[in-house]
Design a protein around this ligand. Sequence first.
Ligand code: CDP
Length: 237
Amino acid sequence: MTENKKIIVAIDGYSSSGKSTMAKKLAKDLGYRYIDSGAMYRAVTLYAMENGMIAPDGTVDAEALGAVVGNIRIDFAVTPEGQHTLLDGRDVEHLIRSLEVSNHVSPVAAIHTVRQALTAQQQRFGAEKGIVMDGRDIGTTVFPNAEMKVFVTASAEKRAHRRYLELQQNGTPSPYEDVLKNVIERDRIDETRAESPLRKAPDAVELDNSDMSLPEQEKWLMELFNKTEAAINGRDC
Ligand code: CDP
């Protein structure tokens, strides 16, 4: 029996739609590598915050950041608690999930030089396939030829509620109203930016998981993977 070809799975969608949870689980079940592209934008945002490149009114010094972004090193380390994001070798997994970083990340992610640098790095991660990557532009810009594309949506209230619980669990609680405001504002900036705006790729399969449990969502994704893989390998599913 010939081995199945490894593919690229692109999972895009709105903020806090549960993309990362489903992407991580699928990668684990398949023995694929998981890359959280949002964590990369969050790490660059933290770098900008820590290096005085974000003014108190939220304005980002795009020129200063653009001059150094190519030298910022972002890696992922697999630890017993899961995958951790490293910024220049430092574990920043916890810090990048704060509401403060969430409040600055979308303007940072709209900067051309930042997108250019991170897109190139993401494409290198996927060079050998066997990867599940989640984000906003994976199926449209980073891997337009990905064999499997999913676009995840859910109501803003549901998504804000999930993020609110996650922040509580992380020990960085924030009021629900603030979280909802952030979710709505990030969606607006991500959808309206000039470069690689958040869009469903024409060949992506849409999933509204507003009323789905985690096991239901996992099952849905695995079925789609099996169907996709069978088609690629010329088998019936
Ligand atoms: O976890 P959540 O869904 O809230 O967001 P994330 O995936 O961690 O992404 C954080 C932010 O990074 C997004 O709101 C986008 O502004 C930006 N991003 C992007 O522009 N392109 C990507 N491929 C991934 C994230």
